[in-house]
Unconditional design. Structure first.
Lengths: 36, 435
């Protein structure tokens, strides 16, 4: 069971990266938060 | 090591021996062998290098209680880490459009930021640019912000030298209807730090022109597309669009038209469509009743998935599924109204009971006003696997629903209905894997 049998599509973001993305409300229609 | 509480596992459609794993905590996703998932579920040994990878992806945790505490204090930690001062600046409340659903409704008038207010906006921003701040982002709104092009430039011109002196970058972004977005306007703003513009197109021409005409009723679609073509190589342009239950199926035609007109994925930074929100507050135009009043409306899941599929299928960029922050929760994120009043959400401008200070006297305490951490009171939120993606949802939506922000805007049903399908879309279109 070696790690190469795991296929990583996205490794995601750490807290620092999330902290430096803009907030969700850059759309005047208050969008669905997860897709903003 | 135990499986994370914030892990979703979905059976992989192509092979029942594999699982698609997604961390709501980190936004990571990967394909795991069934044998590995079984070993983790049963607490059997897993090779150290495999475990290290799973831990990096936040699929497993050494301490489940600590993991939960870390998620509960997520926003606090982000506030400690953030180096950005992010301000939405409403430069006017005037608009040359008459959009049928505008959330600013009857508030719009020939109201513009004055010189005196602008001078204090600069002083307020300078005061808030402490040693930890590395970048100031000014996101210009209106009304229509490009009706105040000179004001935007004067604000940036007053700020840029002192920020530069402190080693702080200045970025300008615009949310614009696109009617004034000419190469000249963009070229004037570029030296002051313009990095991107978001332009709204509500589907193909006939639908867009019905929902977003000029004030005199004239169509706006053709002019906006022409302007985007003129500016898309000067600055990053993202396309937003607001759909209803009755017209979302028309939006793929918009993308076909954009492609035919040369606005290919390489020319646009982003495409993303959102539902028109049904407002019911004191400023709402009661003649409009086709909006979405709750994320729990079942048609919304179908519409969101269909449109995301159509966007990705054509190769356009659209945001990934990952935790994002809300202005309300971020200490360094504010809305400055044209008159200098401060709010914690662009949707709340004009609602005086949600004003939290002004640029002269500074920010007031707003914890209770905006019901910070309201999700903590709800057991369903504390236990929810989606907590990092939601944190109680959109307060503006809750306000429109209840007239206050005290209750959460639960996204669980929506995420149950869409997350797996959205991940499979991403795997297929972003990573070229059949699923």
């Amino acid at each position: 069971m070696a790690s190469e049998i795991i296929i990583v599509f996205e490794s995601g973001q750490d807290d620092q990266e999330i902290a430096e993305t803009t907030t969700c409300c850059t759309n005047a229609q208050a969008p669905l938060r997860i897709t903003s | 090591m135990a499986l994370s509480h914030y892990l979703k596992l979905f059976a992989w459609p192509e092979n029942p021996q594999q699982w698609l794993a997604y961390s709501t905590r980190r936004g990571a996703y990967a394909l795991l062998p069934g044998e590995l998932v079984a070993a983790l579920q049963q607490g059997r040994a897993v090779p150290p290098d495999t475990m290290a990878l799973l831990e990096k992806l936040a699929f497993v945790t050494a301490d489940s209680n600590q993991e939960r505490e870390d998620v509960f204090s997520f926003n606090q930690r982000l506030n400690n880490l953030s180096t950005i001062l992010s301000l939405a600046v409403i430069v006017n409340m005037d608009c040359n459009f008459q959009c049928r659903y505008c959330y600013e409704g009857t508030q719009k008038d020939k109201l513009y930021m004055t010189d005196k207010t602008a001078e204090q906006v600069v002083a307020f921003i300078r005061e808030r640019t402490g040693p930890r701040i590395k970048k100031v982002i000014l996101d210009f709104y209106g009304g229509e912000p490009l009706l105040s092009g000179k004001r935007i430039i004067s604000l940036a011109a007053a700020l840029q030298p002192c920020l530069q002196e402190q080693g702080v970058a200045l970025e300008l972004t615009l949310v614009t209807n696109g009617s004034q977005l000419t190469a000249r306007a963009v070229n004037e703003l570029l030296p002051w730090g313009l990095t991107s513009c978001k332009v709204t197109l509500d589907g193909p021409a006939h639908n867009h022109n019905t929902f977003r005409p000029f004030k005199n009723g004239a169509p706006s679609y053709e002019l906006i597309v022409r302007n985007i073509k003129e500016c898309c190589e000067l600055t990053r342009i993202g396309i937003g669009g607001n759909f209803t239950r009755d017209n979302y199926h028309l939006f793929p035609q918009l993308m076909d038209d954009l492609q035919e007109q040369g606005l290919t994925p390489a020319k646009l930074a982003m495409v993303k469509f959102d539902p028109v929100q049904q407002t019911s507050d004191i400023f709402a135009d009661l003649r409009f009743c086709g909006g979405c009043a709750s994320i729990e409306e079942p048609w919304l899941a179908e519409a969101s998935l269909l449109l995301r599929e159509e966007i990705l299928k054509r190769g356009y960029h659209t945001p990934k599924i990952s935790p994002t922050t809300c202005m309300v929760d971020m200490d360094n994120s504010l809305t400055i109204h044209y008159d200098g009043t401060l709010y914690k959400c662009v949707g709340m401008i004009g609602h005086r009971e949600y004003a939290c200070g002004d640029i002269w006297s500074g920010m007031k305490e707003y914890r209770q006003q905006y019901h910070l951490d309201h999700w903590r009171k709800e057991e369903k939120c504390r236990e929810c696997v989606y907590l990092p993606l939601c944190f109680g949802g959109c307060r503006f939506m809750a306000f429109q629903r209840d007239g206050h922000m005290g209750k959460v805007d639960c996204r669980k049903d929506f995420l149950d209905a869409t997350l797996e399908a959205m991940l499979l879309q991403d795997v297929r279109y972003r990573h070229g894997q059949a699923s």
